[in-house]
Ligand binder design. Structure first.
Ligand SMILES: [Zn+2]
Length: 184
């Protein structure tokens, strides 16, 4: 029974996955949990930057559709998210606590959760990344376990962690494509 429900859910997800609102929500929700090189959370992003993220995902999924920054701006408005002027560069979003909560609430409504934004490799291990109190509160963890990376390195004989290497686009591609169920 549970499996059947899950299958239906996946189908619905794929249909929704091309709606502008869904695409933008997915990217914003992902950005809420992304850490930058220094370890801090993403603090702001231009509307054009959101568009670039959306289009990269579409490209990885093999979709021809692309979203312009203007379309992203309209979509943000329809989601009830207000952009503000970020210096001279243009309009964008400032990731404060209010915006983070708003994005989490929109994600809840849209059916986006941590499982949606977690790469397949992490899904297989059941490890979904860093914990987030908003995700816990709103039930957006998708059943994944969230632990700080440091806690995983308990073994004192383990070799020191390798310096992080930037993910190659091809690697990402394979992961994402493998995540798409085949039709028929
Ligand atoms: Zn969260």
């Amino acid at each position: 029974m549970l499996l059947i429900l899950r299958a239906y859910d996946e189908e619905g997800r794929i249909e929704r996955a091309l709606e502008p609102e869904w695409l933008v929500t997915e990217v914003l929700f992902d950005l809420c949990h992304q850490r930058m090189k220094g370890g801090g959370l993403v603090s702001k992003i231009l509307v054009g930057g959101v568009a670039a993220h959306v289009n990269r995902r579409l490209e990885i999924r093999g979709e021809d559709l692309r979203m312009s920054a203007k379309k992203v701006g309209v979509t943000l408005k329809s989601l009830g998210l207000r952009t503000e002027k970020l210096g001279r560069l243009g309009r964008g979003l400032q990731f404060g606590s209010i915006l983070r909560r708003e994005i989490h609430e929109i994600a809840l409504q849209m059916g986006v959760d941590r499982r949606t934004i977690t790469p397949l490799t992490a899904l297989e291990s059941g490890h979904g990344g860093a914990p987030c109190s908003l995700c816990e509160q709103l039930g957006l963890t998708g059943g994944l376990e969230f632990v700080e990376i440091l806690k995983l390195r308990r073994d004192r004989h383990a070799p020191p962690p390798e310096p992080p290497s930037p993910p190659t686009p091809s690697e990402d591609n394979e992961d994402r494509e493998a995540a798409l169920p085949t039709s028929g």
